[in-house]
Design a protein around this ligand. Sequence first.
Ligand SMILES: C[S@@+](CC[C@H](N)C(=O)[O-])C[C@H]1O[C@@H](n2cnc3c(N)ncnc32)[C@H](O)[C@@H]1O
Length: 306
Amino acid sequence: MSWTFFFDYVTITFLPVDFLLGIVPYNSSIMDQRIDKAAALANAAMYNSEHIKKYVHGAPHVKHAALRKMYGRMVADRYNYATHYFSVPRILDLGAGEGSATRQFLDLGAKVMAVDISNDQLILLRKQCVNYGDRLETRCEAVVEALRSLQRDGKQFDIVVANSFLHHIPDYLELIRLTGGVIAPHGQFFSFQDPLRYDSLSKATYAFSILAYFCWRIFQGDIIGGIRRRIRRSKGIYITGSMEDDAEYHVGRNGVDQEAIQKLFSELKFDCLIVKYFSTQSPFWQKIGSQLRIKNSFGIIAKKIN
Ligand SMILES: C[S@@+](CC[C@H](N)C(=O)[O-])C[C@H]1O[C@@H](n2cnc3c(N)ncnc32)[C@H](O)[C@@H]1O
């Protein structure tokens, strides 16, 4: 983290007035909770109403057939593995969204609890999954609260899914730690579609990813606003209350740290595999990037060692 980033982000946006005046000592856990809350609220706003239409258009893993196929294969593998131990696998889908990703688990025969902070997203999800009856349960809640209450109630799941989700959560390592408390013996954690940590990419991969994104972004409107935000962020300035900064939290910052995640899973006694692949919004660049075998995104398959 640069010092400019630290100064602007922390002092302008989050530090309590009492702390700035020297009245109370700075409490980092309160800060973390505020950052989480701001991001959660931004996500609730971003994923309600008209933003949903834009979502599929901008979501490579839902939009591109090749990525849907790759995701479908991974879902089937996770499900088959789970059926070695559980006759009807219980899935907890975190940040389930409008249901395209959740539905595949229901299609295979699993029971799913879908958690999302956006009620509009859950309405769409229920519409999409209307035929699965009582195999689907939904909870409109921030995931951290949902995980804490599920753990308190002693609930266990055979697969915890976090698709295209970790990059929305400021402290995703803490979130993963919390999932450890609800994953049953022989259970799994599975995620797909997060950006690899940017400073772990080669310069060529990073440049290619940015080029592919800009070639798509230029046709999506609000060009001036987009350029302004990018210049601001390049100086390390992030604004709480900016939906764009808070919603896709780590996309605007340094991506998601796949190495830290792998290390954490090994501490939690999981076998963890990071699956790397290419993803971008434009169909044309998606094809080129995949053919060149560039990798800028990742999924996680983590199995609990018993
Ligand atoms: C990019 S979408 C992914 C949706 C779906 N999993 C998929 O793969 O298509 C992220 C979802 O996470 C939800 N979300 C973001 N932050 C959340 C939070 N703190 N708690 C619960 N849901 C959250 C959003 O409302 C949105 O539906």
